[in-house]
Design a protein around this ligand. Sequence first.
Ligand SMILES: Cc1ncc(COP(=O)(O)O)c(C=O)c1O
Length: 471
Amino acid sequence: MNPLYVSNQEFRSLAARVMSIAADFYEQLDNMRAYPRTSGARTMEAFDAPLSQEGLHDAALDALSSVVEMARAPTPRFFGYVLGSGEPVAALADLLASVLNQNVTAWRSAPAAVSIERQVVRWIAEALGCTGLTGSLCGGGSAANLMALAMAREAKLPANDSGARPGIVYASSEVHMSIVKAVALLGLGRSNLRVIPTDENFRMCTSELERAIAEDCAAGRELIAVVASAGTVNTGAIDPLEEIASICRKYALWLHIDGAYGAPGALVIAEKFRGLSQANSLSIDLHKWLYQPVDCGMLLFKDRAIARAAFSHTGEYARVLDSDPVEGFAFFEESLELSRRFRALKIWLSLRYHGLQAFRDAIRADLGHAKQLADFVRGSAELELLAPIELSAVCFRYRITQGGLDLNELNYAILRRVVENGRVYLSNALIHGNFALRACFVNHRTQDADVAEIVSEVLAAARSIIAERDY
Ligand SMILES: Cc1ncc(COP(=O)(O)O)c(C=O)c1O
């Protein structure tokens, strides 16, 4: 018997144990701390056992309790970054995806998985009002943005044969760092990323965009793309997509829309996303505002031929010999990845299980929670909003100054105290140089009472810090 063999009986018993840990975790989520009580030293110590030569078998699972204990739990009061809450039916599908161990390279390697992924891509494109866009799943928004700009580069300034040349990409000052990274990785030159200022609502100024384009044209530079944000990471601002699309048409520029965070909002407030379907490429993270477990990014694009121009470099060993449009389909001809996980199973199962309307309702609830928090902040003399509420991100701060107190320092201390206290988890943003406390609602477990706790936790932290420091 191969030493790695696991009998069916053993598998069932291990699975029952793991499922029981998972179910206990879900059961306790409501009362769990939003940040674990741990430290770097404790986590290092917990997992520093040497790799044993002999198998521990059942006992290997004992340490899972430490994993759970030191995990940052997706509680109803986790509001940091843009981290979706992890829908349980999707999590079960993820387990089965690993059991099935499909390598979703091409139809011939994973017939059901490839068909399901293509279907899920169609579903999402249609639901967002982008019927006709096609695409694939990937690790996340960063990977999707990189692939999108690789396609833009190949469409406008082909580089695959003779190497990359400097080419201009435009994006607002609020664009996600993954765009800056992609421009660098693609050899376009970070200095060729034109950072366009935003208006008072953190939306790209289109007059500034046109001015920058005209300047680059006059200087004879090669132009590639405009990256518009449909939900900036800091404040959820949506750039004027239709206007930007028309500028892109005028100057023959590729339009990439980074909707990694915001695009699912189009399921509920489609009017804010007019122009989305005009993108040449569109990134969406289903592990953000569609509540899927990480990892689950998606890139949609208009022109399959350009995806192939950018990504099709098939070695002879992988060449698809079948001309049937279904059986001859290969994701690796249109994506950066060759070996690919069966990511579509979780989306497919959780969408089928709950129905699209349930997701719309969950997104609507998040939007409502953002408004609720904004109202609390407006109603408190001690707090102030630092940005308008466009989607589900709320940036605010404690505003009472005493004796020349530095508000950035105070709000940083408040954030640390709130996180340490463990009841709610917030992250931060820098808004016009001001340190902001930031709550982002992409959490289907959150209820109204949880939103109220953000305010009580922040006020309690602020008051205790001020008292301690005797400001
Ligand atoms: C607007 C935007 N784009 C891209 C990304 C990167 O996504 P990922 O973390 O999945 O790589 C993020 C992440 O927060 C984001 O908010």
